[in-house]
Design a binder for this molecule. Structure first.
Ligand code: ADP
Ligand code: MG
Length: 239
């Protein structure tokens, strides 16, 4: 489990400031949801946290240890993207086991972890199938399963449900809520533009605007006391 601290974290692409000196502490075990309009920097922020982008200035700490110079594999994180990017020629089992194989886990440990995660996500009857034989929701569960087996201390989700149709979105959202419950030790950082997802999943919601934090608070705080019309537009009841 990890406390994540962003200290004056900034990211510039060329001469565009995409993330502007963001200060934020995400508590260990917390479910933090980022919302904000397209282009406000949500994905970039996640990519800074997992190390897929270099930090321009400021500091990123996990449990008081600086991550600035750590490569993604040293950070103990798992990222679930919007497009699930499964290997098309590998079975569900192999897709889920792949990362463990690379990390030299024994076959026995690999099997145990994959089966446990598959049961948790109710995809244990699908382990022999290929991705093309699965529905979108099942594929996204495999992608989540692939993250779980590595037992990460931090989960990062970038709009994981946005490619799913409405009913699958609900099912998979409930699955993610359960996952948070079962993996109490993991810190969850979740990006969405869906108000229902934010309200139902978040311990706290962080509203981003042009690379700045507009407001952070519990769903109730943001809903009842949005500090601006901008926040109200995403979460709140109008002031
Ligand atoms: P969001 O996920 O909130 O929609 P992003 O983090 O993807 O926003 O993008 C924020 C801004 O940064 C956008 O203006 C985008 O065009 C820009 N951006 C993102 N990645 C790059 C990149 N690799 N090079 C240049 N600009 C980028
Ligand atoms: Mg994005």
């Amino acid at each position: 489990m990890a406390k994540i601290e962003l200290k004056k974290l900034s990211k510039t692409f060329g001469d565009v400031d995409v993330i502007r000196a963001v200060d934020l502490t995400i508590n260990a075990g917390e479910f933090m949801v980022f919302v904000g309009p397209s282009g406000c920097g949500k994905s970039t922020l996640l990519r800074l946290i997992c190390g897929l982008e270099d930090i321009t200035s400021g500091e990123l700490l996990f449990d008081d240890v600086s991550m600035n110079d750590k490569v993604p594999s040293e950070r103990g994180i798992a990222m679930v993207f919007q497009s699930y990017a499964l290997y098309p020629h590998m079975s569900v089992y192999k897709n889920m086991a792949f990362g463990l194989k690379l990390a030299n886990f024994s076959n026995k440990e690999m099997q145990a972890r994959v089966l446990e995660a598959a049961k948790m996500l109710q995809i244990d009857h699908l382990l022999d199938r290929l991705p093309k034989q699965l529905s979108g929701g099942q594929r996204q569960r495999v992608a989540i399963g692939r993250a779980i087996v590595r037992d990460p201390r931090v989960f990062l989700f970038d709009e994981p449900l946005s490619n799913l149709d409405a009913s699958l979105r609900v099912d998979t959202r409930l699955e993610i809520a359960k996952l948070h419950h079962k993996m109490k030790d993991a810190t969850m950082v979740y990006v969405t533009h869906d108000q229902v997802e934010a309200m139902t999943l978040a311990d706290r919601i962080c509203v981003l605007r042009d690379g700045n934090i507009e407001q952070v608070g519990t769903p109730e705080e943001l809903y009842h006391s949005p500090k601006s019309l901008f926040v109200a537009g995403f979460i709140g009841s109008p002031k």
